[in-house]
Design a protein around this ligand. Structure first.
Ligand SMILES: NC(=O)c1ccc[n+]([C@@H]2O[C@H](COP(=O)([O-])OP(=O)(O)OC[C@H]3O[C@@H](n4cnc5c(N)ncnc54)[C@H](OP(=O)(O)O)[C@@H]3O)[C@@H](O)[C@H]2O)c1
Length: 340
């Protein structure tokens, strides 16, 4: 088998394609022949060595991927060779409240990730994916897809007729547009260019604000809606105050991302006097993944894949993620994976 590995450090200079013996599944485990992987913003943070002390080389990167079961160890039931599954982002979160040691169960750091031709996982750590998806589409679900699902469906779930504001058009945001529309919500999206605005409108967004042309995008959202019911706050420090401004009294701000930085300055009366709920989301559990997979199958949803790189060109996929030049998820085809 082959695996991309951060060898003795992080950064492109330490990312190498290694030959390794193909692992064999032990009791309760299964062997996956990987078919595709997908990148998230977090994978860039890992590449830059900025993910904190718990994430250390040697490490196989990337949390999001899909594979086909080719072998099972003793004691595995309910899953068999030929099944197509995604390893869960949090290997240690079945459902309900997250465990106290949640961070120790993440794929792509601290646990080895999916950028390999073969990987062994506990059978309890994988979730079946909808048949209608290509391998590349399915590979986007463990982190990007499930984060969008959790932001919309964790209690209280979004209801038909609600207005949801989604910041940006990254992997989480695009899946959130699809899921929010399927749930019957009105969807508003901010983005950075007319080209992306046209694409997100074609995907079903009801109202798009080009934040490049409209720096005070919050005023425009407020004027158009009177205040949204829910914001998926992906921007971080620079966008959180405006996200709060856009939200109706009694509405929810779901804290997800920090692409613009970590230290936000908030005017507390704008929160304290308006009965707002600020809550964070951290991807989601295996039960959440299974529920999302059912909804995706029911509605025939297809995650947006922007570009697929061959396995041997994985570093180019990281470079494309850094450049933020691709609309849609950046994926990597592995082996015989069906990516189109
Ligand atoms: N809490 C969790 O569980 C969780 C899970 C997944 C991701 N995240 C976080 O969520 C964020 C997005 O992740 P991702 O993987 O979807 O990232 P991504 O695919 O790299 O997309 C990032 C998007 O952010 C938008 N953006 C950039 N600068 C912005 C700004 N100044 N204001 C508003 N939007 C801006 C861009 O969209 P436009 O050009 O269209 O504006 C860009 O496409 C990251 O911070 C990531 O760490 C958190």
């Amino acid at each position: 088998m082959q695996a991309w590995t951060f060898t003795t450090g992080f950064g492109f200079g330490n990312l190498a394609l290694q030959d390794r013996p193909t692992p064999r599944p032990g009791p309760g485990e299964l062997l996956l022949e990987m078919r595709a992987a997908s990148l998230n913003y977090r994978d860039l943070v890992v590449l830059r060595g900025q993910h904190g002390r718990a994430v250390q080389p040697p490490l196989i990167p990337l949390s999001d991927g899909v594979g086909v079961v080719t072998d099972t160890g003793p004691g595995v039931t309910g899953i068999a060779p030929g099944d197509r599954v995604c390893p869960a982002f949090f290997q240690n979160w079945d459902g309900g409240d997250p465990p106290a040691d949640l961070d120790s169960g993440r794929l792509g750091g601290p646990l080895d990730g999916v950028l390999a031709t073969h990987r062994v996982f506990p059978a309890a750590g994988v979730v079946p994916v909808p048949d209608h998806l290509t391998d590349a589409e399915a590979a986007t679900l463990p982190c990007a897809g499930l984060t969008a699902w959790s932001a919309l469906m964790a209690a209280p779930p979004v209801r038909p007729g609600e207005t949801v504001l989604i910041l940006g058009t990254g992997g989480v945001a695009l899946m959130a547009v699809l899921l929010a529309k399927a749930a019957g919500a009105a969807v508003i999206v901010t983005t950075s260019s007319p080209d992306k605005a046209a694409r997100i409108a074609a995907l079903g967004a009801d109202y798009v604000v080009d934040r490049g042309a409209t720096p005070d995008w919050a005023a425009e959202v407020r004027a158009a809606t009177g205040g949204v019911d829910r914001v998926l706050e992906l921007g971080g420090a620079a966008t959180l105050p405006d996200a709060i401004r856009c939200t109706r009294t009694g509405g929810q701000v779901i804290l997800i991302g920090n692409v613009t930085g970590n230290r936000a300055e908030l005017f507390l009366p704008a929160i304290l006097t308006r009965q707002l709920t600020l809550r964070s989301v951290t991807v989601g559990s295996k039960q959440g993944f299974a529920a999302m997979a059912r909804a995706i199958a029911q509605h025939g949803l297809r995650p947006v894949v922007g570009r697929v790189y061959p396995f041997t060109e994985a570093p180019e996929a990281f470079r494309a993620m850094e450049a933020q030049a691709v609309f849609g998820n950046i994926c990597i085809g592995i082996g015989t994976g069906r990516t189109a």
